[in-house]
Write a protein that binds this ligand. Structure first.
Ligand code: SAH
Ligand code: SF4
Ligand code: F3S
Length: 440
């Protein structure tokens, strides 16, 4: 008699890379008899894949863990693990403070998860937050799990050497590493074989990619061109990019590579040169605006997206106005904006904070402007014809929802199946999505 599969429940926080990591952890555990379940109740193992980017990240993890206490009392065999960036930053402390936790695994060590899980089943508590010299990707099974949809993430680069003064990522993810080209191509081909039509290449600094390719280094634009040769792969995206690594051939690819979608997430954080300098970003507001102009010259209809931090230490009202001016000059289709939060261990955490009420007020004003811009970029799509890749049925009967080339959510009345890439004329623009009709 074969043993019944054990049930693994994973809850994922944070960025797309954590989403990808959770998939890979599920695959690794699939190889040792675990299958995914949608609820913590009844699971044999619970994993929290955590994010450390925001304030109170660790407290949130502790309160989540506290909620699993009853499950552990009901089932003493239940194993509870913490993975991701909080695990990396505070793993030992989590072990000491929360006896419910059986296992801690950092983002660079999760290929060892099956072995760590086996140790917990033998009654041990296991912690691994090493940065192993072997690349974890090479030790993971080749994506055996059937995919759920036509889109997928694929990590090609990990870690960051930029050390922005506010950011924990260089500490939690470690130094920049790129996966070899052949590995990326093989994984992409496997995904396409499973019905994937759109791949988003991931990296904390994805445009710093320089993967080994027959003894030489290939940049992101070269990688994208190679991926574009894969039949059945229709769309390529990448995120997140740093303005300093936006090189000429990558800009050119936006103009001449038809499979590369017209959407670019290019965080700038602030429009004030004084603050950019204190943030250690390595570029000015003017550099960024010129860069956007060059990208738009290559691909005029590109939708720009960004990240902003308001209330960075020593930010004055004039600095904030410079951010508002930059936003007005660029015209974003989509943005994420955050109030600065001091992250222990980063240089900016030592500096005096901006008054909280002033920071709140700035965030509100920035978000109001960004929302107006987002809506006007969306409204400008009405009447245009775009590609839409159907991802799931919509809420209305006979409706499909998918993403446009420009990454807008689009609703369409159709009986075409999930995974269809259709031509759609946009007919309406709502608060968060577009509506359209099929073009025959
Ligand atoms: N690698 C990406 C994103 C890193 S984290 C990049 O370089 O842009 C995602 C976003 O979180 C950042 O772009 C930044 O806007 C925000 N962020 C990071 N640390 C922060 C902090 N301490 N306070 C507020 N926002 C922060
Ligand atoms: Fe963090 Fe800056 Fe690196 Fe982005 S580039 S991950 S914001 S340190
Ligand atoms: Fe969060 Fe780590 Fe991603 S801190 S944003 S999960 S790299």
């Amino acid at each position: 008699m074969t043993e019944a599969p054990k049930k693994l429940y994973i809850r994922t926080y944070g960025c797309q890379m954590n989403v990808y990591d959770s998939e890979r952890m599920a695959e690794a555990m699939g190889g040792v008899g675990y299958e995914l379940t949608d609820a913590p109740e009844g699971a044999d193992m619970i994993l929290l894949n955590t994010c450390h980017i925001r304030e109170r990240a660790a407290e949130k993890v502790y309160s989540e863990l506290g909620r699993f206490k009853a499950l552990k009392t009901a089932n003493p065999e239940l194993k509870i693990g913490v993975a991701g960036c909080v695990a990396q930053a505070e793993g030992a402390e989590i072990m000491a403070r929360q006896p419910l936790v059986d296992l801690v695994v950092g983002p660079q060590a999760y290929h060892r998860l099956p072995e760590l899980a086996a140790r917990t089943r033998a009654g041990e508590r296991a912690l691994d937050t090493e940065f192993p010299s072997e690349l974890k990707f090479d030790h993971l099974p080749a994506r055996p799990r059937p995919r759920r949809g036509p889109t997928a993430f694929l990590t090609v680069q990990e870690g960051c050497d930029k050390f922005c003064a506010f950011c924990v990522v260089p500490y939690t993810r470690g130094a920049e590493v790129s996966r070899p080209v052949a590995r990326v191509l093989a994984e992409a081909e496997a995904l396409v074989g499973q019905g994937v039509r759109e791949i988003t290449l991931l990296g904390q600094n994805v445009n710093a990619y320089h993967g080994e390719d027959g003894g030489r280094a290939l940049g992101l634009a070269g990688l994208i061109r190679r991926l574009a040769e894969i039949d059945g792969l229709d769309r390529i995206r990448f995120t997140t990019s740093h303005p300093r690594d936006m090189e000429d051939d990558l800009i050119a690819a936006h103009g001449d590579c038809a499979k590369l979608m017209p959407y670019l997430h290019l965080p700038v954080q602030s429009g004030s040169d004084r603050i950019l300098k204190r943030m250690n970003r390595g570029h000015t507001a003017e550099d960024y605006i010129r860069l956007v102009e060059r990208i738009r010259a290559a691909r005029p209809d590109i939708v720009m997206s960004g990240d902003f931090i308001v209330g960075f230490p020593e930010e004055t009202e004039a600095d904030f106005q410079a951010t508002m001016d930059l936003v007005a000059a660029v015209g974003y289709g989509q943005c994420y904006s955050f109030k600065y939060s001091a992250r222990p261990g980063t240089p900016a955490a030592e500096r005096p904070m901006v008054d909280a009420a002033a920071a709140d007020d700035r965030l509100q004003r920035l978000q109001a402007l960004l929302t107006r811009q987002q809506r006007s970029v969306q409204d400008a799509m009405v009447g245009r014809e775009v590609g839409v890749l159907f991802e799931k049925p919509g809420r209305m009967p006979g409706q499909m929802v998918g993403k446009s080339d420009h990454l807008h959510a689009v609703h369409v009345q159709t009986d075409l199946p999930v995974g269809t890439l259709a031509r759609v004329r946009i007919t309406e623009s709502g608060p968060n999505s577009l509506g359209g009709v099929l073009v025959d």
